[in-house]
Design a protein around this ligand. Structure first.
Ligand code: KG4
Ligand code: ZN
Length: 333
């Protein structure tokens, strides 16, 4: 079965063709660089650029895969969470194509789709596993006991970890998106140059909080204007990644170690990859992290999850598919 995936939740316009939910035939990602000069994603600008790019991206997928999009058996689209104007472009494109080509339409949850980037690279991952999704908008720790059954272990109370990377980069004038810049610059810094806080939330120590860390970095820069950017990036990155590994270790020691599946844009971070790799060796559990290119937003992961949803019967057809709407905030578990 071949699924056409469409993703427009933020600043990537992406479409993909995926066979049986696991084999990428084509995955075209257009990143909107227009936002760089604003230092962050401007929602209205994102929507307009999705409109301009979506058909170009679909044409490129068709070319790359060497097959007509009409040959797809179904269309999967990110319905949320994300920027509502941006989501609407993908949702309406998918609805238009599915209705006119008489294909089933599969609504997909963006954060859950991130986990499925791993299935594209590793094939089937045995259950149960502990999933950590770290992106610009989300920080979720979930126990996945069987396909698509999620137990929420922890989530952020304020900023997402990727958002903290982006805000720290902005303070240092490193541009947007900040994560890759912080990662690159941190490599030249001293990670022990400064001590930064990792808040522990008393009512649920498995929850995350990144706004205190961000404020600590802001205060530090204000107090010592001559501080080296490299040292700030390295110290911040070490602390942000430690906040993630600490929660996972806390869960492992409180319950038991589980195989680890990490996903989302921040999973591209070199320090995160190294720390989780040593954690998995210490606890003797397998670690799954997608290749860097599948960590950030892409439509192949949407098609991968779409495949499994289709098999569960979670799709819309005929007139019913016209009722699908984009939803900016959508809970995951
Ligand atoms: O998953 P994603 O593409 O979009 C959302 O669903 O949010 O994640 C984007 C986030 C941004 O905050 C970006 O700065 C961060 O992922 N990111 C990184 C790295 N590459 C992307 N953060 C740290 N290190 C990286 N190498
Ligand atoms: Zn994402």
């Amino acid at each position: 079965m071949i699924i056409l995936g469409i993703e427009t939740s933020c600043d990537e316009t992406s479409a993909a063709l995926v066979r049986d939910g696991r084999v990428i035939l084509s995955n075209v990602i257009h990143t909107q660089e227009v936002h760089h000069k604003f230092g962050g994603v401007v929602p209205e600008v994102a929507s307009r650029n999705h409109v301009i790019k979506i058909f170009e991206v679909l044409d490129a997928v068709e070319k790359e895969a060497g097959m007509s999009l009409r040959e797809a058996d179904a269309i999967a689209v990110t319905r949320g969470p994300g920027l509502v104007g941006a989501l609407l472009i993908g949702v309406n494109t998918a609805k238009g194509l599915a209705y006119s080509w008489q294909k089933p339409l599969i609504p997909v949850h963006h954060v859950e789709a991130h986990l499925y980037a791993n299935m594209l690279h590793f094939g089937e991952i045995p259950f149960p596993f502990l999933g950590l999704i770290v992106s610009g908008g989300h920080t979720h720790l979930v126990l996945v006991e069987s396909p698509r059954s999620y137990r929420l272990i922890g989530q952020t109370r304020d900023d997402a970890v990727g958002e903290a990377f982006d805000k720290v980069a902005k303070m240092l004038g490193l541009g947007y998106p900040g994560g890759p810049a912080v990662d690159r610059i941190a490599a030249q810094g001293d990670e022990d140059a400064m001590e930064l806080p990792i808040p522990v939330l008393r009512d649920n120590p498995m929850d995350f909080s990144f706004s205190g860390l961000k404020t600590a970095v802001r205060n530090l820069i204000a107090r010592s204007p001559g501080v080296k950017k490299e040292d700030v990036c390295a110290s911040f990155q070490k602390t942000a990644v430690r906040a993630l590994t600490q929660r996972v270790e806390l869960f492992f020691t409180g319950e038991k170690p589980y195989p680890l599946v990490v996903a989302g844009g921040v999973a591209a971070n070199s320090r995160l990859r190294a720390e989780f790799s040593s954690l998995s060796a210490r606890y003797n559990v397998p670690l799954f992290i997608p290749p860097v290119g599948l960590c950030t937003d892409n439509a192949a992961m949407v098609a991968a999850l779409g495949n499994d949803l289709f098999r569960e019967g979670a799709f819309l057809e005929g007139e019913k598919l016209l009722s699908l709407n984009a939803t900016s905030s959508l809970s995951f578990v």
